[in-house]
Design a binder for this molecule. Structure first.
Ligand SMILES: NC(=O)c1ccc[n+]([C@@H]2O[C@H](COP(=O)([O-])OP(=O)(O)OC[C@H]3O[C@@H](n4cnc5c(N)ncnc54)[C@H](OP(=O)(O)O)[C@@H]3O)[C@@H](O)[C@H]2O)c1
Length: 279
């Protein structure tokens, strides 16, 4: 299988490439190879490599900045994904579009399945949902894979931020009224590798299992890393971030379970192995 991974300098793109490089014919591309908003250079690169599948991990992921840079968010997350999908259609390749739990509004208090209706609260979520819809319109052979709260070996994430702040401060305040599932990008990469070997196209939720809040997640990071620090719970309103976020965005990996009885391990297990790599 010839695989092209976009977003190679990001968390998921990096871990996917690391997983696949010894198993398949894989090339990873970053912005230096092509900017997804530039259809000509994107076309040129992809048509030279002629992949069987593109796993599209590149995205504008700065949730708060998306509120200021709305055009950029739609250009990268929606139209950029559309560019990739149309090239896939030309060369008869499959595509994986990575999407997000932030397509949901958080008004439920049980896990969202693939059969629930999205209703994003912020620009990032709206632009990612637009990307899902464009990919679906252009290309039949697509997998839309929604995931959540990623942390990986490469790039910045909540775990690295907590570890850094613990060296700079005696006390941390962390939001305790947003519920979700932290997901280790290596575990997600394994799940994606499993999925692309099936021809079962469609929409999937793929996260580590279980659920938590950012506050409980922070406490677990410090417990596993043996760091003694005072962590205080605060509300979303107290934290006052520019972008609205769903209070509850746990994803039930329902279709994966129904179709393949496939499940990713619990988020606490994922976190333990991540901290072994990175601390
Ligand atoms: N992070 C999360 O918690 C989370 C949660 C749910 C879903 N997701 C989704 O999961 C996927 C992977 O996320 P991630 O955390 O690995 O992302 P990330 O670490 O922020 O990496 C994003 C990647 O996209 C590249 N990129 C951005 N704009 C580009 C453009 N115009 N052209 C080409 N490349 C561009 C970046 O390149 P540069 O390094 O050059 O900027 C980087 O390689 C994304 O689709 C994201 O929406 C993420």
């Amino acid at each position: 299988m010839k695989i092209l991974v976009t977003g190679k300098t990001g968390q998921l793109g990096y871990d996917l490439y690391e997983l696949l490089k010894d198993k398949e014919d894989v090339v990873a591309a970053g912005r230096e190879e092509f900017d997804v908003t530039d259809i000509d250079s994107t076309h040129k690169f992809i048509k030279e490599y002629l992949p069987d599948i593109i796993i599209h991990c590149a995205a504008y992921t700065k949730v708060d900045d998306c509120e200021k840079n709305i055009d950029l968010a739609y250009n990268v997350n929606a139209l950029g994904a559309g560019n990739i999908a149309s090239i896939c259609s030309d060369i008869n390749a499959k595509m994986v579009y990575i999407s997000t739990d932030y397509v949901f509004d958080g008004s439920k208090n049980i896990p969202y399945t693939e059969f629930d209706t999205p209703n994003p609260l912020n620009t990032y979520g709206r632009s990612k949902l637009a990307g899902e819809n464009i990919v679906k319109e252009i290309l039949d052979k697509h997998y839309i894979v929604r995931t959540s709260w990623l942390y990986g070996i490469n790039g910045n994430n909540f775990v690295k931020t907590m570890l850094r702040l613990s060296k700079e401060r005696n006390m941390l305040k962390v939001v305790n009224d947003q519920h979700g599932t932290p997901t280790f990008t290596r575990d997600l990469a394994e799940g994606l590798y499993f999925l692309i070997k099936t021809d079962a196209y469609g929409t999937y939720h793929m996260t580590n299992s279980g659920e938590t809040t950012w506050f409980e997640f922070a406490k677990k990071i410090f417990e596993i890393a043996n760091i003694n620090i005072n962590v205080e719970p605060i509300t979303t309103e107290e934290y006052n971030a520019p972008a609205l976020r769903p209070k509850y965005s746990v994803l039930s990996n329902y279709v994966l379970k129904l179709r393949f009885n496939y499940e990713l391990r619990n988020w606490k297990e994922g976190l333990k192995s991540y901290l072994k790599f990175s601390v």
